[in-house]
Design a protein around this ligand. Structure first.
Ligand SMILES: [Zn+2]
Length: 83
């Protein structure tokens, strides 16, 4: 596991964030990116799961609403701290 430090605060970037966003250069607190939507895609009957990262906030919102209706496991990764 490659540890990486945030470009802004120089603190280590959370491991989960690097996993989700391999090219992340800032920690969650410092990220200026709007919400990134992570959706877990389960294909068919297999247990194979893939994570898709949506970086477009508008698309993310749309997909979030869609996934809510379908009941997919998804979550939003937030930028500016915790809610
Ligand atoms: Zn930071």
């Amino acid at each position: 596991m490659n540890m990486r430090n945030c470009n802004k605060c120089q603190e280590p970037i959370q491991e989960g964030r690097i996993k989700a966003i391999p090219d992340a250069t800032t920690c969650v607190a410092c990220s200026t990116t709007s919400q990134w939507y992570l959706r877990n895609i389960v294909s068919g009957k297999t247990e194979y799961m893939e994570t898709e990262i949506i970086k477009d906030p508008k698309q993310a919102e749309m997909l979030k609403e869609m996934d809510k209706k379908v009941g997919w496991m998804s979550n939003l990764v937030k930028d500016s701290g915790k809610e």
